[in-house]
Design a binder for this molecule. Structure first.
Ligand code: ADP
Ligand code: ZN
Length: 704
């Protein structure tokens, strides 16, 4: 027997099974216990409070920090036939009144409220509402340990006290161990049951590209996008200037992209976001300001143009790709310059030690020589048993080599310049470059000059990064980023301590990206594009984001299974009765057209024939000649299909044609028959008659 929760899942959301943990969480909330849910972006948190909200008497209050997200969620719910509303600063007094009344009258099941509004209403009209539960979304905002602290959230513990008999559920996609504890404490959750889902987003591929020069980076990004026509993606940048630059470069390459950052007017930002959500704009270059308020499920890729500040932020940002569970790509670029900029941000601030530590962990990830997903998940205290197979390290395991001599060359250059040079100068010395600054300092005269000529600048960057990471040398951030030799470095230099480093792997990756360029869309992918277009046109008409109509995952399943009836549609993930009622017609029509185009022309005629439609009508409907339709019927008959040709040519006529055949002996041309029969039997009858005769002959042959 289905549980109540499962019925609601099918009826309101169109899903047949729960994802891991959803059912347990819902049961816990239904038992009126406090709950903390830690689940990655796209894991399916919303349903965990939406389903209890539907099953409880009264109105569920959902606290959410982002106005745009509220609107989206409420629209999504309404599209599924669920009564919901939001209460935030975007409403005018008349709208506010309407929402208040509908909440007091219990006409809605969910009310989304922004935190600052919540505190103004808890002592006023909210007292007149039958509140069923509180859900606190983005709960990490309550903790200073998190990376997105919001002071308004701290007052939520008072609300917990005030509504002491009502269950609270707190949800977040990002919280390390200390933040988790802090959430429970700050919100005042009582004997909260904690549900920790796996943070593994196995549908996201992970890749890091180190030290790619600016020009080449743009080329790579253009190539990357050209390999993914029509796909939505976000490029995250460190600065506003970069977002503008990259968007411009992309447009120069005929790729439609827009920059998004806090320096733009609110109107412009709203418009860009809207275009992105409705699939009118595929690509956004953004500072991290973008994406927080976006619930778009079909972002197919995320690129980081620079090293992110911390793993939480990085994981949240890449998490904006592939929320629908379909395979999605993420790529991060970074170079030493990013690191320097970020270190400079860090220094001086009060939270500097936490910041620096988080940055260091980020760097370790970027420089990883083992499965990246393992490292990410370890950060969230999760132990992945096997290598993921879906990160660049797994796909191209690095080759280790003895780097002792390399390290000694580099260290020697640093030593002979009295630890007075940065990374670039060191490499220039090693490569024997005719650099002006180098000459002015007389570095061309030191013994190490030119000893590393056999390697490219890029390879030297790769090796230098590693030497820094494993602690052979370090960068003095407070001394204009000069290189310093560590104890480990001295041991390498003077006591021949061994150094193991990984081979530069750049070439391998480059050739891969090229290959995929030739990729053509399969039939199914082509049809998926058609479905997307239909969805976009409906979305535009209704003024809602495309994914509110159907998620990409739903369209993918439609493209794969080609449902032909409303009942078939209901078996597709994410389609419920409301959606069938609203959208079945246009989608079924498109599928029918698609199915027809896949059929041979004979099969289409046969379908009409089976429905009892006369050859005249078929000819008219299909805009073909009668002769063609009769030739189809003849072929279908010869193929053994159940077709009664005697309606069109009677026994008497067949007999005459048979006599003619015995004389003429071949069926290559019909004209001899027409002449032989004194033009009394029309061509189409001759064709049908001969078909009957030949089929008989074929039968007697095989039988005898
Ligand atoms: P989160 O809030 O955790 O980021 P959402 O609640 O937005 O994630 O869910 C992500 C996607 O997964 C949505 O498209 C949602 O409709 C879908 N989803 C949620 N639960 C299920 C389920 N049981 N079966 C199939 N899809 C689901
Ligand atoms: Zn891996």
């Amino acid at each position: 027997m289905l549980s109540k929760a499962q019925e609601v899942l099918q009826k309101h959301f169109g899903y047949s099974t729960f994802r891991p943990q959803q059912e347990e969480i819902i049961t816990n909330v239904l038992n009126k216990k406090d709950t903390l849910v830690l689940m990655p972006t796209g894991g399916g948190k919303s349903i965990c409070f939406q389903i209890p909200a539907l099953l409880f008497e009264g109105v569920a209050i959902v606290i959410s920090p982002l106005i745009s997200l509220m609107k989206d969620q409420v629209e999504s719910l309404r599209a599924n036939g669920i009564k919901a509303a939001y209460f935030n600063s975007s409403l005018d007094p008349v709208q506010e009144r309407q929402v208040i009344n509908s909440a007091i009258d219990g006409e809605i099941k969910l009310l989304y409220v922004s935190p600052e509004k919540l505190f103004t209403i808890t002592n006023t009209w909210l007292k007149d509402v039958q509140v069923s539960m509180f859900a606190v979304d983005e709960a990490h905002c309550v903790s200073m340990w998190g990376h997105d602290f919001r002071p308004e959230y701290t007052q939520l513990s008072n609300v917990r006290k005030q509504f002491s008999t009502i269950p609270f559920i707190a949800l977040t996609a990002t919280a390390d161990k200390s933040t988790r504890k802090d959430i429970v404490k700050q919100l005042g959750l009582r004997r909260a049951v904690v549900y920790l889902s796996s943070f593994n987003r196995s549908n996201l591929s992970l890749e890091v590209r180190a030290n790619v020069p600016k020009n080449k980076k743009i080329k790579e990004i253009v190539q990357f996008i050209e390999n993914r026509p029509n796909q939505s993606g976000i490029i995250y940048c460190l600065s506003r200037k970069q977002t503008e630059e990259i968007a411009k470069e992309l447009r120069n390459n005929h790729i439609d992209a827009q920059a998004y950052h806090a320096g733009l007017s609110a109107d412009t930002r709203a418009r860009i976001q809207e275009d992105f959500i409705t699939d009118d704009l595929s690509i956004i270059t953004a500072t991290i300001a973008f994406g927080m308020g976006i619930d778009k499920s079909n972002v197919r890729w995320v690129i980081h143009n620079n090293l992110p500040k911390n793993i939480e932020g990085y994981y949240q940002e890449i998490g904006r790709a592939g929320r629908d569970g379909l395979p999605s790509t993420t790529r991060m670029y970074f170079n030493l310059k990013d690191l320097m900029v970020l270190k400079r941000f860090a220094s001086g601030s009060e939270q500097s030690p936490i910041y620096t530590e988080k940055l260091q962990r980020m760097l370790n990830y970027a420089e990883a020589t083992s499965c990246r997903r393992k490292i990410l998940l370890a950060y969230f205290s999760e132990d992945l048993k096997e290598d993921c197979g879906n990160c660049d390290v797994c796909k191209n395991p690095p080759q280790f080599l003895d780097g002792t001599v390399l390290a000694q060359k580099a260290l020697s250059a640093v030593r002979r310049t009295n630890e007075n040079i940065g990374v670039n100068m060191m490499i220039n010395i090693l490569r024997g470059s005719a650099n002006q600054e180098l000459y002015s300092k007389g570095y061309q005269n030191i013994k190490t000059y030119g000893v590393g000529q056999d390697l490219s600048f890029k390879d030297w960057q790769h090796y230098t990064n590693q030497l820094i990471n494993i602690g052979v040398m370090e960068i003095a951030y407070d001394e204009s980023f000069k290189l310093k030799i560590t104890n480990f470095g001295n041991e390498v230099l003077f006591r021949n301590r061994k150094v193991k480093i990984t081979q530069a792997v750049d070439r391998v990756i480059k050739s891969k990206e090229k290959k995929s360029r030739a990729k053509k869309l399969t039939k199914q992918e082509q049809f998926f594009e058609e479905l997307r277009k239909l969805r976009a046109s409906i979305a535009k008409k209704e003024g809602v984001p495309a994914y509110i109509i159907f998620h990409d995952a739903t369209l993918q399943q439609i493209a794969a299974e080609l449902p032909t009836s409303e009942n078939d549609l209901l078996t597709i993930q994410g389609i419920n009765e409301i959606k069938v009622e609203r959208y079945a017609k246009p989608f079924l029509d498109l599928i029918k057209k698609h199915n027809d185009s896949k059929l041979s022309t004979f099969e289409v005629t046969y379908r009409f024939y089976q429905q009892g439609i006369s050859p005249e009508q078929i000819a008219e409907e299909r805009e073909l000649s009668m002769t063609t339709i009769f030739s189809h019927l003849a072929k279908l008959y010869a193929d053994g299909k159940n077709i009664d040709l005697s309606i069109y040519v009677n026994d008497n006529e067949v007999q005459k044609i048979r006599e003619a055949f015995l004389k003429i002996k071949t069926t290559n041309a019909l004209k001899p028959y027409f002449d032989y029969l004194e033009e009394k039997i029309p061509y189409y009858k001759i064709r049908l008659g001969l078909t009957i005769i030949m089929t008989e002959l074929a039968k007697t042959k095989t039988n005898g």
